[in-house]
Design a protein around this ligand. Structure first.
Ligand code: NDP
Ligand code: HSE
Length: 436
């Protein structure tokens, strides 16, 4: 049988990783796919740029629409990133009857509903395993492996750059900026690294995970998002004293009134496996009603780990080329006409436990005032830690852990505590999840 003809958009970190893996493992891959795979044309911005892979045999163009319009091409690999021209290229490829494999989580999270609808109409596949958690086959695990379960919640470390920064800061005492620069040099970071550190990239991925877990449309604009830039070394140390680690988590939970979608720094008991996922590694913990908890772990970014997911999609598409479109795995796991309109909850309605840190005057009655405010709002305290005042200072750090409370009550409590004359700083607040 003739090899399948593939058009490549982008020869950067992931594009080059994909070419290397396809070349090195071609024998194994062809035996699995049942056909050879040949890249017939690749688009880049700058044709003369030196590449991190041996792409010498692949004709290059600086005109990406040549790839999606090439009549030889059956499958387009979109690995340029960003929204435009990626969106237009993917829609054109679909309109031309080509299947698409993409690693572009921003594109899927923001425009996936439209892209999948067009693909459905045209009878082509759009595969996006590499868009979430790098090399971990998490889309396949949820969409196929857990398909018998009602998924109750999932929580994931789903940004490699952010986890790499937090780990290096905690273990090696390195500065935020220095570690971020290393993540960029290693090819982990997004073109705009604020997407990594502000939690936007994790929110893109959580949007996708939630849709395939709960059968809801992609709703990126409803994800509550906080980044990692506010985490201080003292919070990391106090959390450690209390038996917790701070991780940047994406959490999707089916609650009684709707679905929680949130990305924020989170205290997790240090004995949980996911609390010990360090460096560029990612992990996703999923609670299914039948299977119970399952944990998926692996590299969350980087050239070949991501290529592993891209090539897996490519082989899946090659294997399914002759399958009737009606019999393929649906893009969002649930049949397109069976998506649910369960509402996504605003963050104020979310229920979670908290870590609070503040500085207050070290005199009788101050702690009582703080605990009274919490009690008045039905917030019960799990632990209190009061540190010695530093030499020559009259303020002391006070750290509190609370039981679960509705966010709206915590917002009110913090506002009241900050109005106490003895409290001289803003209250630092980090959500806490036991992940039981
Ligand atoms: P890079 O910036 O390393 O590579 C982008 C490639 O696309 C480059 O080869 C660039 O050309 C080319 N390109 C960009 N714009 C155009 C255009 N308009 N026309 C033609 N070519 C273009 O990005 P990555 O490989 O890191 O990321 C690619 C995608 O994969 C993104 O969506 C990213 O979010 C996703 N991803 C990345 C991971 C990673 O670890 N890096 C992991 C998982 C997903 P040139 O080289 O000439 O500049
Ligand atoms: N910038 C992303 C990360 C790439 O660091 O996780 C993988 O999606």
């Amino acid at each position: 049988m003739n090899p399948v003809k593939v058009g490549l958009l982008g020869l950067g970190t992931v594009g080059c990783g994909t070419v290397s893996v396809l070349t090195r493992n071609s024998g194994e891959i062809n035996r699995r796919a049942g056909r050879g795979i040949e890249i017939v044309l690749a688009a880049v911005r700058e044709r003369r740029r030196s590449r991190r892979c041996d792409a010498g045999g692949i004709p290059l163009t600086a005109e990406p629409f040549e790839v999606v319009d090439d009549p030889r091409v059956e499958i387009v690999l979109e690995l340029i990133g960003g929204i435009e021209p990626a969106r237009e290229l993917v829609l054109k490829a679909i309109a031309n009857g080509k299947h698409v494999v993409t690693a572009n989580k921003a594109l899927i999270a923001l425009h996936g509903n439209e892209i999948f609808a067009r693909a459905q109409e045209r009878g082509v596949m759009v595969a996006f395993e590499a868009a979430v958690a790098g090399g971990i086959p998490i889309i396949k695990a949820i969409r196929e492996g857990l398909t018998g379960n009602t998924i109750q919640w999932l929580a994931g470390i789903i940004n490699g750059t952010g986890n790499f920064i937090l780990t290096e800061m905690r273990d090696e005492g390195r500065s935020f900026g220095e570690v971020l620069a290393e993540a960029q040099a290693l090819g982990y970071a997004e073109a705009d690294p604020r997407f990594d550190v502000d939690g936007i990239d994790a929110a893109h991925k959580l949007t996708i995970l939630a849709s395939i877990a709960f059968g809801i449309p992609l709703q990126f604009d409803k994800v509550y998002t906080e980044g990692i830039t506010q985490i201080t070394p003292e919070d990391v140390a106090y959390a450690g004293d209390l038996g917790y680690r701070i991780k940047h988590l994406g959490i999707a939970r089916r609650a009684s009134q709707g679905i929680e979608l949130r990305v924020h720094p989170t205290l997790i008991p240090h004995r949980r496996l996911i609390a010990n996922v360090d460096g560029v590694m990612n992990a996703v913990l999923i609670m299914g009603d039948a299977v119970g908890p399952t944990l998926y772990y692996g590299p969350g970014a980087g050239a070949e780990p991501t290529a592993s997911a891209v090539v897996a999609d490519l082989v899946d598409v090659v294997r399914a080329l002759t399958a009737d479109p009606e019999n393929r795995v649906p893009h969002l796991a649930f049949q397109p006409d069976a998506l649910s309109d369960t509402p996504v909850l605003p963050i104020e309605a979310v229920e979670t436990a908290y870590y609070l840190r503040l500085r207050a005057e070290d005199r009788p009655g101050v702690l009582a005032d703080i605990t009274r405010i919490l009690g008045d709002l039905n917030i019960s305290i799990e632990a209190i830690l009061q540190k010695e005042p530093a030499e020559g200072e009259i303020d002391v750090p006070i750290i509190l852990l609370t039981h679960k409370v509705v966010e709206q009550n915590m917002i009110q409590a913090i506002a009241r505590i900050e109005r106490l004359p003895a409290v001289r700083t803003k209250v630092a607040r980090i959500r806490l999840e036991t992940l039981k």
